[in-house]
Structure formats: structure tokens, C-alpha cells
Ligand binder design. Structure first.
Ligand SMILES: N#Cc1ccccc1Cn1ccc2ccc(-c3cc(N)[nH]n3)cc21
Length: 236
């Protein structure tokens, strides 16, 4: 998978050199290119923003640097990339979204700042990209970089070979609609607190059943919205 990120803060993406994502890059499973939007400006101050038409607080990102950056990036490959623009008003980024994006060969991320990117860029970009605006959640960040770090990690970890033990991807939170079960390790008693006896039993059937029950109980307690609606009463 090829990933491109366009940002005015390239150093924000440095964490993608670390840990499993960094290793996947070194192993050639991921190809990542980070581009500084200011490299696509032509004035002395490398200006990327201007005042909003219609007034209001803050600044808006100018369309031309984005057009030049996205044109350059699209020209780096011979297929039609997916352009992901993080935004508080986007469709929700969820585990199914991550799974779908992990099937794509080329993702390009546009990190906005200020009050956002001139709206005409989204329409202009459809000539060369499949454009998606995605939100991490119902809260407002200062820019897209943090969202891109989260999305890249959520997508990249699903790629074959990135996570050493692919089995660990199966019973994770949200993978099948339920939250994950509680986990324990040595010592068996810590601060007077014991590991549940079933986990020490060696009875793999009982352990699997207990873990499933724990996932349902935890989901009911913390995220009942994830549970399927109860079936209608039989006589309805
Ligand atoms: N746009 C915008 C905007 C609109 C109003 C107030 C502040 C901003 C700041 N901002 C600029 C770029 C940008 C990118 C992504 C998010 C973002 C994503 C999630 N899930 N929350 N916030 C915010 C971003």
C-alpha cells in the first residue's frame, strides 16, 4: 500500500517511523511519502491561508497550493487514489471503514488546518481522486494530522504481515461488533487481586466461553449502542 500525506506540519507524522508501522515501512509493506504543503506555494512567505469570504473568525486554507500539491501527488502513480480529508463534519471513521480502506492500493491524506480547506478543493480533487471526508469522532481537533496518525495506524495494522500474529486481530474491540475481553498476565495474585480462576484452568472451552461472556457484558455496560437490537416480541 502506498500512503501520501500532505500537511504544513510534516514532523507531526514522524511517529509513523516508529514501532510496527515503521517496521512495515522498512519491510516494504507500506510506502509512505509526506509532503509539505508550503513547497507548493510561490510567494516569499510560503502562504497557505487567507481570510474567509463572508467574514468570520480564523483563516481558510487557500485552494491553489492544495491543487498543486494534489496534482503532484496524483502524478506519482498510475492509478486513481482515494483522497481522505479528515474533518469534524465527515462520515465517521470506524473499524469497518479501516477494513475497507485496507483494501485500497493508494491512500492520500490531506491535513487541513485553520478553519479548514477552501471547499472548492474537494470538488476539484474529484477529477483525479475518490474523495472522502472522515471524522474520528464528535469533537474538534486543530487540524487533520492527529486524525491521520490514527487512521494510518488503524488501516496499516490490518495489512498482511504488519501485525506479527494475525490471530490477534480477530477478537479485538469492534472487529466483530463487540468490545474486547479483559486480559491478565503474571503474577496470578497482584496487590491482593487474583486472576479469574477460569483463565488458570487450562480448559480452553471454558476460557473461550468466559471470554465471550465478558465481551458481551463489557459491551452492554460501556457501549450498548454496539449491540444488535433485541428481536421483536414473537406475537408482533
Ligand atoms: N476543518 C475544520 C475545523 C472546523 C471548525 C473548527 C476547527 C476546525 C479545525 N480543523 C482544521 C482542519 C481539521 C481537520 C480535522 C479536524 C477534526 C476531525 C475530527 N474528528 N475532529 N476535528 C479539525 C480540523
Amino acid at each position: 500500500m502506498r500512503l501520501d500525506v500532505v500537511t504544513i506540519f510534516p514532523d507531526y507524522l514522524a511517529p509513523l517511523d516508529l514501532s510496527l508501522i515503521g517496521k512495515a515501512r522498512r519491510d516494504g509493506l507500506i510506502e509512505l511519502h509526506v509532503h509539505d504543503l508550503r513547497d507548493f506555494t510561490h510567494d516569499r512567505h510560503r502562504t497557505v491561508d487567507d481570510t474567509p469570504y463572508g467574514g468570520g473568525a480564523g483563516m481558510v486554507m487557500k485552494p491553489q497550493p492544495w491543487a498543486e500539491a494534489l496534482e503532484y501527488v496524483a502524478g506519482q502513480g498510475d492509478s486513481r487514489p482515494t483522497l481522505i480529508v479528515p474533518g469534524p463534519g465527515g462520515e465517521r471513521f470506524t473499524q469497518p471503514t479501516a477494513r475497507a480502506l485496507a483494501e485500497e492500493p493508494w491512500l492520500v491524506f490531506a491535513c487541513g488546518r485553520y478553519e479548514g480547506i477552501d471547499e472548492r478543493v474537494y470538488e476539484w480533487a474529484t477529477s483525479a481522486y475518490d474523495v472522502r471526508v472522515l471524522s474520528l469522532g464528535d469533537y474538534v481537533l486543530n487540524g487533520g494530522e492527529v486524525a491521520v496518525l490514527a487512521m494510518v495506524e488503524a488501516v496499516a495494522r490490518l495489512l498482511p504481515g504488519v501485525i506479527g500474529n494475525a490471530e490477534s486481530l480477530v477478537e479485538e474491540s469492534h472487529e466483530d461488533g463487540l468490545l474486547e475481553y479483559p486480559v491478565y498476565t503474571k503474577p496470578a495474585v497482584w496487590q491482593g487481586l487474583s486472576v479469574p480462576e477460569v483463565l488458570l484452568s487450562g480448559d480452553h472451552g471454558r476460557i473461550a466461553q468466559w471470554r465471550h461472556e465478558q465481551r458481551i457484558a463489557r459491551t452492554q455496560a460501556r457501549r450498548p449502542d454496539l449491540l444488535p437490537p433485541p428481536p421483536p416480541p414473537a406475537d408482533s
